[in-house]
Write a protein that binds this ligand. Structure first.
Ligand code: SF4
Length: 276
């Protein structure tokens, strides 16, 4: 059996940066807490706990006077509360997420309705909507647009798929174009997402079994699994090597591996070793 890893996968720039920021803060200033999980990967969160970085579900749970903001960012109101309560902030918001927040804020201030192509329940999207202000919504389907103002700004959750975003835009433009006096589009999908997805697709098309490694709650990992499965190849989304059932490998000769942006190298190596 051959095992091949995708040419781009695993930790992205934003996740590495977030981990380095909180680890350094914990080393220099002692134990601290992140508001929600720093990244959507249990192994990373567990490892950080041993370095003095634990998770607080909300501001009321924070002990001490330092709070770290996760890579997917928070709503502006949350940031204001953090500052109003006098916490010192370690802001690990990924710069790509920050860019989407800034775009949303500018559009909202300029009087546009802000439409985010993304999962409205995801923390990143909730944060971006918060920056856009009251005239904003998020959806993965074409929403009802006929009641909206005639100026529309569209952006995208950073970890969405380029093709799906393009399809969404084509549908909005082809079905609703006449409704808008001004339409602004910002492609806010991050580089890492695009590279990971392209590499996963290229590999999935050449192998007969794919393993996608990453947190159960990781949106970008789930998207990688969907991209692989959509090629028709048998695909398993796993968090760790312990989940692999040897029967899954029966009859397969070429196995591909990819991993989400918050999956550590050690976890990937353990999967490769288990398969080998
Ligand atoms: S996946 Fe992209 S947006 Fe998310 S943390 Fe990584 S680099 Fe930043």
């Amino acid at each position: 059996m051959e095992i091949e890893k995708a040419s781009a996968m695993g930790f992205c720039f934003g996740v590495k940066r977030a981990i380095e920021l909180v680890e350094r803060a914990a080393r220099e200033r002692g134990p601290l807490q992140t508001l929600g999980a720093l990244v959507h990967n249990r192994q990373v969160v567990d490892r950080l706990t041993s370095c003095g970085v634990s998770v607080a579900a909300n501001l009321g749970e924070v002990q001490g006077n330092i709070v770290a903001i996760a890579s997917h960012g928070v709503e502006p109101e949350t940031m204001e509360q953090v500052k109003a309560r006098g916490f010192e902030v370690v802001d690990a918001t990924c710069p790509f997420v920050r860019k989407a927040q800034v775009v949303a804020k500018r559009l909202g201030k300029a009087g546009f309705w802000v439409l985010v192509f993304g999962d409205a329940a995801h923390p990143e999207v909730r944060g971006v909507l918060g920056y856009a202000g009251e005239n904003a919504s998020a959806s993965l389907e074409i929403p009802r647009l006929d009641t909206l103002p005639s100026r529309l700004g569209i952006l995208c959750q950073t970890t969405q798929n380029q093709e799906r975003f393009a399809e969404f835009l084509v549908q909005v433009i082809s079905q609703k174009f006449a409704m808008f006096s001004e339409l602004r589009i910002f492609n806010t999908i991050c580089d890492a997402t695009s590279r990971h997805q392209a590499a996963a697709l290229e590999l999935a098309e050449r192998v007969d079994l794919m393993f996608v490694i990453g947190g159960e709650d990781s949106a970008n990992t789930k998207r990688l699994a969907r991209i692989c499965a959509d090629t028709g190849v048998t695909t398993f989304h796993i968090e760790t090597a312990a989940e692999i059932d040897p029967r899954w490998l029966e009859g397969h000769r070429r196995v591909g591996i990819t991993a989400g942006a918050s999956t550590p190298d050690e976890v990937i190596d353990e999967v490769v070793a288990a398969l080998a």
